[in-house]
Ligand binder design. Structure first.
Ligand SMILES: [Zn+2]
Length: 171
């Protein structure tokens, strides 16, 4: 029985990782779509509720919609990675054309670039991408609530915007 080549082993491993990635993304997307649907249905009954509740609902909606967008983009990345597997360019950095490290591909099976070329600008994984998005939405909701409060008893000031801003890249 012929032993599988190293390339075949790498390919099989990549397939498995991409399958797992896709399953995870689809599961989360299903849940997000259900939540989103419930929230949309609840909107009709939202009249008269406290502004703070409305703001937090809005915040949750916005986070969910952002996450749906991000995870959907993640699915497109899985598709693109499968095409690269098929045409033999998987695991090759599209920028410097050197092989992408196995540890990086394990962590981010859809990676298009090696760690060096990716730097900290690229966020190939929806997992990594999702949280900064949530943080940005948090900033928007925070502003909304601060201005709608009406009275100036709590200082809307610079509050924690700067603290949140520095946590935006958790890579
Ligand atoms: Zn590179």
């Amino acid at each position: 029985m012929p032993r599988p080549t190293a390339a075949a082993i790498v390919q099989q491993r990549a397939q498995r990782l991409l399958d797992a990635e896709e399953q995870g993304l689809r599961r989360v997307l299903r849940e997000l779509h259900e939540t989103e649907h419930d929230e949309r249905a609840a909107d009709g009954a939202a009249f008269g509720q406290h502004l703070a509740d409305a703001a937090s609902d809005m915040f949750e909606r916005e986070v969910d919609l952002g996450l749906i967008e991000d995870y959907t983009a993640g699915l497109r990345e899985v598709d693109a990675a499968r095409r690269r597997l098929a045409d033999g360019t998987y695991g090759v950095c599209e920028h410097c054309h050197r092989p992408i490290g196995a540890s990086r591909l394990d962590a981010v099976p859809t990676a298009r670039r090696c760690r060096t070329c990716a730097g900290d600008l690229e966020q190939t994984s929806a997992r990594m991408h999702a949280w900064p998005r949530a943080e940005r939405s948090g900033l928007i909701a925070g502003e909304f609530m601060a201005t709608d409060d009406g009275v100036g008893d709590d200082d809307p000031g610079p509050d924690n915007a700067e603290d949140l801003a520095v946590t935006v890249h958790p890579l």
